[in-house]
Design a protein around this ligand. Sequence first.
Ligand code: PHB
Length: 393
Amino acid sequence: MTTASTTRTRVVVVGGGPAGLLLSHLLHLAGIESVVLDHREHDEIATTHRAGILERDSVRLLVDSGASERVLTEGDRHGGIYLRFGGVSHHVDFEALVGASVWLYPQTAVFRDLHATRSAAAGDLRYGVSDVQVLDVAEPRVTYTGTDGRTHEVVAEVVVGADGSRSVCRPLVADRKQYLREYPFAWFGILAQAPRSAPELVYARSEKGFALISQRTPDVQRMYFQCDPGEDPTGWSDERIWEELQGRVAGVDDFGLQTGPVLERSVLPFRSFVQTPLRHDRLVLAGDAGHTVPPTGAKGLNLAMADVRVLAEELERFLLKGQADALETYTDRALARVWKAQHFSYWMTTMLHRSPDSEDFDEARQLGELESLVSSTAGSTYLAEGYTGWPTV
Ligand code: PHB
C-alpha cells in the first residue's frame, strides 16, 4: 500500500460531529493540535436533525470556550416543560425548583457554530473521506481514502473515537462489556411549518402513547410521537400524522395543537447502550460511540459534550503534563454522569410511553407516578435537576 501523505499530529479524532469538533476546539485552546476525520460531508451533518435541548452547563461550555455566542442570541431559554396527562398540562418550573434553565438550540446549529469556530482557527478538518481504519491503538495510526481517491495516513499520540453509534473505534476496545436495553417502540419525528403550540416543550402521555411537542423557530416546529420500531415514515400522509398527534394531546383544557405542512418525517432509533471501558491503550471513546440514550429528555448531545469536557482535561494532563494515569481515570469520570443520564432517560421514557403489552395496572400506575411528580416539590425537583443537567464535577 502506498500512502499519498502522512500527517503527524497529537490527537486524531475520528468523527467530525459536535463531539469531535468540540474536543478539537478545546484541545486547540490548550495548545494541542488535532486532525478530525469524518466519512460524512459537512452538509450532511449540518442538515441531519437531532435533539434540540442544551443543558445549562452545555451552554456555558459553548459560550465560555468561545465556541458559540449565537446560542445566547439565537437560542431560546426555557425555564421549564409541560407534562401533559389526563388531558391537562402541568407546568414543571425548573427555575423555581432548581434555579436553572435549558436552551432550545438545535444540534445542527451547535455543529455549524463549532465548525465555523474550528475553520476560523485553521483547524485540520477532513470531511467526505472513506474507509477510515484505526490500524494501531498503542502507537495510533489511522488511514483513510481521501476525496482524491488515494490512501492517506495520520499518526498521533492518541486516537479518539467520536464517531457515533455506528463507531468503527468501539470494537477496538478489548475486554469490553456492553449494556443494552431495547424498547418495543420508536419515535416518529416531524418538522412542520406551523406556529408554536405552547411557550415551552410539551411531553404528553396518553392512552394512545407518547407525544412530544417541541420547537425550532417561530414558524417551524419539531414534534414526535411514539410508533412501532418498524414503522415506514414514507407511508404517512400529513392528515394521518396530525390525526395521530392530535389524538395524543387531546384534552379537556384549551390546549390547541398548531398544524401545517409536514416538511420532513423520519423514524428515530430508540435504545439504551453503554460500553465500558471507554479506553483501550491510547484509544478513547466519546459520545454516542461509547453510549446511547433514548431521546426522551434530550440527553445525547449533552452527554457527549460532558464526555468531551472531561476528556479534554485528561488529554491535557496526559499530553502536556506527561501524567500517564490520565487516560485511566477518563472512563470512571465520564461514566458516572452517563449512568445518571441513562437512568434519567429510561425513567422519563417508561413514565411517558405505552408498552404494547401494558395492562390496566401499568396504565394506572403510570398516572399515579405522574400525579405524584407534579403534585410534589420533591417529585418534580428530580425531573428539574436531571433535565437541566447535574453539576459538572
Ligand atoms: C427536540 O427538540 O428535538 C427534542 C427536544 C426534547 C427531547 C427530545 C428531542 O426530549
